[in-house]
Write a protein that binds this ligand. Structure first.
Ligand code: ATP
Length: 232
């Protein structure tokens, strides 16, 4: 379970953008987070994925307290997360061919054995052809690059996925393909998901539960209604 408790975070300690926010995600659960532009959703998603250290609050991952963020976080906690951001061009090294981009986390973790097969398998899942795998980011569309970024996020088989407006700039068919790839992975792995977005209809359809930013600062465990009947 992910348990973010009374998190305050931002970019200037005197004016935090996230104030006293609490959120939990159960194992295997898909939670959608909605809220107006600039309210702090991405900042909270960055705290949850261990890339942004909060000013205060506590964070438990599967019962274990998080004591360090970014490169200081233990590898086991860092690699428990697969993260996809809104802007694939900002998240991708422009020098890498898509095949190397997807394999990057395997190399960083020293897990080269079987890397090629894993990349090919993931490329199939996200709908990237062998020809596209040989191209560099400037030679593919935003949607194709985002497919590669999703494959990269899945390559270490994370227990948790954090998608920060993953589909915000994509057309309907690419959005559907990426959501389907995430859901296939979750079905087989049991991974939990926190997905941030503006599209209430998409989040309601995709997630078990959709929470609005304003609910996160109210009493804990507000038991919001489920989007789908259990087992659906
Ligand atoms: N690196 C940064 N340095 C300084 N301020 C930042 C930084 N990143 C975000 N902010 C500010 O923090 C506030 C919250 O930003 P954040 O991206 O978390 O919001 P958001 O809810 O995800 O917005 P959107 O839906 O538009 O993506 C905004 O006012 C933003 O300008």
């Amino acid at each position: 379970m992910l348990e973010l408790h009374r998190i305050t975070a931002g970019y200037d300690r005197r004016a935090p953008v996230v104030r006293d926010v609490s959120l939990t995600v159960e194992p295997g659960e898909a939670v959608g987070l909605l809220g107006p532009s600039g309210c702090g959703k991405s900042t909270l998603a960055r705290v949850a994925s261990l890339v942004h250290r909060p000013d205060s609050g506590t964070y438990l991952i599967d019962g274990e307290s998080v004591r360090a963020w970014r490169h200081r976080a233990p590898r086991e906690q860092r690699t428990a997360f697969g993260v996809v951001f809104q802007q694939p061009r900002q998240a991708a090294d422009p020098r890498l061919r898509l095949t190397d981009l997807i394999a990057e986390p395997l190399r960083a973790a020293g897990r080269r054995t079987g890397a090629e097969e894993r990349v090919v398998e993931l490329a199939g899942r996200v709908g990237l052809s062998a020809e596209l795998l040989g191209r560099r980011p400037h030679e593919v569309s935003d949607g194709q690059l985002q497919r590669a970024c999703l494959a990269r996020a899945l390559v270490l088989r994370p227990r948790w996925l954090i998608c920060d407006e993953m589909t915000a700039m994509l057309d309907a068919s690419t959005t559907a393909a990426l959501v389907a790839a995430v859901e296939d992975y979750r079905r087989e792995s049991g991974a939990g998901l926190l997905t941030v977005g503006h599209d209430r209809t998409l989040l309601n359809r995709w997630c078990d539960r959709t929470v609005h930013w304003t609910e996160l600062t109210q009493a804990e465990n507000p038991s919001p209604p489920k989007n789908k009947p259990s087992g659906a």
